[in-house]
Design a binder for this molecule. Structure first.
Ligand code: SAM
Length: 269
């Protein structure tokens, strides 16, 4: 029966395993001193999944990786060992933090990665270029607004659990495991005054996470943009101009409501 369930519903098995672990580990963890019950029990990510997470997120020595609920620190320690990535892990359970520090020392990467005891919801994650997590669907959803407020372009990688209707930019399947990857999109929704060479027009952009649609008021007509794409702060879309030619707009979305690229600039009105 177990193998049938495993074949039919790997995701349910993962959630179930974490939930059962939560109950059985709860009492033990309380004795070991977490200041409050854990939001997620300790279930380490298998090393092949750690490797895939780092690969999918394109982690390099230029990154600063933060693992939320770091367990024995294997994700930051692997990134530091393989790529020289700096970062830290946070865990509510001091036992895990001790193990993670020992793991870093064993791998001689203590100068690159640190581990702190704390609540992931109270941790300053603004320095991250990559966030990794193996939490639970409800915890991912609670975390989502914090993640979406990070700098556009910050990469997020999650073992097994998604973020609801924020579609992943990449999904990698491994046997019974899944790795999800997102890039934090800039906030571009609004109405803009655009200057593009001799053309001036208003552009209304709508946004659902990284998906962008919109309409330009151009040559007295409403023209829908096509192929709207937002990757971090990189925005691109196509627009059919009054001469019937399709023009590609590629640019960057900055804070303060400005978007622009080669040959065009827009400001929010
Ligand atoms: C499923 S384990 C993942 C461990 C590690 N990231 C990995 O992938 O191997 C989740 C971890 O989150 C920690 N945790 C649970 N609730 C937390 C919270 N509110 N803040 C920080 N850590 C938490 C647990 O102690 C546990 O080590």
């Amino acid at each position: 029966m177990i193998s049938l369930v495993l074949r039919g519903a790997p995701l349910r098995v993962c959630v179930g395993a974490l939930a059962v672990s939560a109950l059985t580990f709860g009492a033990a963890l309380a004795q070991n001193g977490p200041p409050r019950p854990l939001d997620v029990p300790y279930v380490p990510t298998p090393q092949n999944v750690v490797d895939t997470m780092l690969k999918v997120a394109g982690v390099s020595r230029r990154d600063f990786l933060i693992d939320l609920g770091c367990g024995d620190g294997r994700i930051p320690v692997t990134a530091a060992t393989r790529f020289g990535t700096r970062g830290f892990g946070v865990d509510l359970n001091p036992v895990r933090v001790k193990e993670a520090k020992e793991n870093a020392a064993k791998n001689k990467v203590q100068r690159l990665v640190d581990f702190v005891q704390g609540d992931l919801f109270e941790t300053d994650i603004s320095k991250a270029t990559v966030i990794s997590m193996y939490l639970l669907p409800s915890v991912n959803m609670k975390l989502r607004p914090f993640v979406l407020s990070l700098k556009p372009g910050t990469r997020i990688v999650s073992h097994d659990f998604d973020m609801g209707d924020w579609k992943a930019d990449k999904v990698e399947k491994l046997d019974y495991k899944t790795v999800y990857f997102w890039i934090v999109p800039a906030k571009v929704a609004g109405t803009y005054a655009v200057k593009a060479g001799k053309q001036s027009f208003d552009l209304k952009l709508e946004q659902k996470f990284q998906e962008v649609t919109g309409t330009a008021r151009i040559g007295g007509k409403d023209v829908a943009i096509a192929n709207g794409k937002l990757v971090g702060a990189d925005l691109s879309f196509d627009l059919t101009m009054p001469d019937g030619k399709v023009r590609k707009f590629e640019g960057n979305a900055w804070d303060l409501g400005k978007i622009g690229g080669k040959g065009w600039a827009a400001r929010r009105i």
